[in-house]
Design a protein around this ligand. Structure first.
Ligand SMILES: Nc1ncnc2c1ncn2[C@@H]1O[C@H](COP(=O)(O)OP(=O)(O)O)[C@@H](O)[C@H]1O
Ligand SMILES: [Mg+2]
Length: 319
């Protein structure tokens, strides 16, 4: 393959690079956790797999709605492997100049495969924009896109590092691109159990008695973890800042302000809390002022509530 000689950029030119130490452990449904553990076990068994003539799988597709933790999970995985993550945003690659998108994408792989390059986990966000279906050429943009997909197919095949791609539109991916990903993980919206843990984590250092926390988790059905985090952080911000700027600090007033400011994604149904607002039983039963978690009876703290931000990096996980 002949490639035009271009300036060689480092990976930072194309990607946001995050270090393992910055990773946060996402709260995941059991099937997602099981799939991740299986993949990690496979990677750590590289030598034994070589004994039977196979290699660990290196390419995974994370599928799921926005805000479910795909980026967080990829970062966590990279941390478990002791690698920094290089997050590729499509807008840093796609360029309307003839051949530029393909060249940028080639640049990503050149940077990661350079002799002195540190290994990274390569992560493609909104992957459907880069790996979307090739089209019959009708206009210049089709030609551009097809060229980029061809480059992607060639380079990804040769690349020996780990690649994770995230998408919410699996059906838009080019079939040949889709086939290159031998692991597929559904990062679904959280169920009740996960919502309970997510609220406990992000409300901390505040907390709710167990029954009230469960009610609040139910009122968040169909919400993404990102939305739940936003709600909890807005609540904490209101509790600290509200009195300083002389806001009405009655429970209903505070919650109404938050619900007006934090909006659920329009595609994924309205969580009950946003339809019933301050009339929701979870809000009516919420103790006020909000208690500190440390002051609650012991069973009020579910497992996972105090695991905040700890990434298990030791042992086999670190290279
Ligand atoms: N499963 C989860 N557990 C805990 N926090 C989460 C989870 N999913 C998302 N978040 C939080 O929501 C925000 C957005 O998550 P992100 O990983 O960017 O989602 P996605 O990549 O799926 O759009 C992050 O700040 C993250 O901390
Ligand atoms: Mg993301």
């Amino acid at each position: 393959m002949s490639r035009r000689r271009v300036i060689q950029h480092g990976i930072e030119h194309y990607a946001t690079v995050l270090e393992p130490e910055e990773a946060l452990e996402p709260i995941l449904a059991p099937p997602v956790r099981a799939a991740m553990l299986e993949w990690l076990t496979e990677i750590w068994a590289e030598a034994e797999l070589a004994g039977v003539g196979i290699e660990p799988r290196r390419r995974a597709l994370f599928k799921g709605p926005p805000g479910t933790g795909k980026t967080t999970l990829a970062h966590h995985l990279a941390a478990r492997l002791g690698l920094p993550i290089a997050i590729i945003h499509p807008e840093r690659i796609i360029d309307s100049w003839v051949g530029a998108s393909a060249q940028n994408l080639g640049g990503v792989f050149d940077a990661l495969e350079a002799e002195d390059a540190e290994p990274h986990l390569l992560f493609f966000d909104e992957f459907e924009s880069i790996g979307g279906k090739r089209h019959q050429v009708r206009q210049g943009a089709d030609h551009q896109h097809n060229g980029m997909v061809t480059t992607l197919l060639q380079r990804i095949e040769r690349y020996s590092g780990f690649v994770v791609a995230a998408t919410n539109r699996e059906e838009d991916l080019d079939p040949a691109v889709w086939r290159r990903f031998d692991i597929q993980i559904d990062v679904a919206l959280p169920e009740q159990e996960e919502r309970h843990h997510i609220l406990a984590r992000y409300l901390a250092p505040y907390g709710l008695p167990d029954a009230e926390l469960k009610q609040l988790a139910e009122s968040f059905a169909t919400a993404s973890p990102a939305l739940m985090r936003q709600f909890c952080e807005s609540l904490k911000r209101q509790l600290i800042i509200g009195p300083k700027i002389k806001r009405n600090m009655q429970k209903e007033a505070v919650i109404a302000r938050i619900l007006a400011a934090v909006t659920p994604h329009p595609d994924f149904g309205l969580p009950r809390l946003w339809s019933l607002k301050t009339q929701d039983i979870a809000i009516r039963n919420m103790p006020w002022p909000l208690p500190l978690a440390s002051g609650l009876p012991k069973e009020a703290t579910p497992a996972g509530a105090d695991d905040a931000n700890v990434v298990p990096l030791g042992g086999k996980g670190t290279r």
